[in-house]
Design a protein around this ligand. Structure first.
Ligand code: SAM
Length: 280
């Protein structure tokens, strides 16, 4: 008999989906991971009951977290990923030929170990000789870094538990310090439809705007994420995503994407009025 799971987006709304079977469940000191097989989304990873990624649509989030920044930076040789233990972001980072080193700092090695079994199509990126996987707190990792990275991508869970500090000014300032003089930071910034998250979205935007000269939020439609609309915030020391050279836009077609393309690169930065009001 199939069961159903509800991924609560707030106490009184969520996404419900049918489950064929629960394939794995384990708890680490940080969270409980569960892998379920579903008729609609294929395999689904849940962390503490929250939907993290699905076989069916993980490409949307990972393409949109990674590619806009790695195309905006003219020479993204050294990239840092905070979180991202499933390696979906890492897989997209390594599609860029300019990348010589991709360091992934994930606090919970359980996530990567489970991804190796259940999402090998993502985890395989960790075998690339340019990839370095580290299992430690991204907040502590960044404390002593200065002018080291071209791009930093924050692929975190929601702002609770170990991820709460990844939304704070002190961490954003450490990211700014760890970036080279023309570096770019991009972070997943939750759903603008969820009322409880709007203050933190606004605060992150204000903090980024106090640190970086160019701050460009953008959106993606992610059917399995909270309320189906996701926000990202790109903060850049020098390059604007809206001023890409034509050849950079053309390079997008060589990335073999299923969501991101040159039109999306431009349109994603056009924000609905209610989102602009949240950020003001
Ligand atoms: N990439 C997936 C997706 O498609 O949305 C989900 C994001 S990934 C699973 C989020 C990761 O952030 C989790 O594996 C979690 O352990 C990690 N994380 C949370 N806080 C962290 C911290 N302070 N330092 C490093 N990693 C952290």
């Amino acid at each position: 008999m199939n069961s159903w799971h509800t991924d609560y987006h707030s106490p009184n709304r969520g996404l419900s989906f049918e489950i064929n079977e629960s394939q794995y469940r384990e708890s680490s000191p940080y969270q409980t991971i569960e892998i379920v097989q579903t008729p609609e989304f294929g395999k689904v990873m849940l962390l503490d009951g929250v939907l993290m990624l699905t076989e069916k649509d993980e490409f949307v989030y990972h393409e949109m977290l990674c590619h806009p920044s790695l195309l905006t930076h003219p020479q993204p040789e050294k990239v840092l990923i905070i979180g991202g233990g499933d390696c979906g972001t890492l897989k997209r980072v390594l599609q860029h030929p300019a990348v010589r080193k991709a360091v992934q700092v994930e606090i919970d090695e359980m996530v990567s170990r489970v991804a190796k079994t259940f999402f090998p199509q993502l985890y395989e990126a960790s075998q690339d000789p340019r990839a370095e996987l580290r299992f430690e707190d991204g907040i502590a990792y960044l404390k002593d870094k200065a002018s080291e990275f071209d791009v930093i991508l924050v692929d975190s869970t929601d702002p609770v538990g170990p991820a709460e500090g990844l939304f704070r000014m002190s961490f954003l300032a450490d990211c700014h310090k760890a970036l080279k003089a023309d570096g770019i930071l991009c972070l997943q910034s939750e759903s603008p439809w969820i009322d409880a998250l709007q203050p933190i979205i606004r605060q992150v935007h204000l903090d980024l705007s106090s640190l970086f000269p160019i701050v460009k939020p953008y959106t993606a439609a992610i059917q399995t994420y909270q309320a189906g609309l996701w926000l990202f915030q790109m903060a850049s020391k020098q390059f604007s995503p809206l001023l890409l050279e034509p050849e950079r836009l053309e390079a997008i077609s060589r990335l073999d994407c299923r969501y991101y393309n040159s039109g999306i690169h431009t349109a994603a930065f056009c924000l609905p009025e209610f989102v602009q009001q949240i950020l003001r």
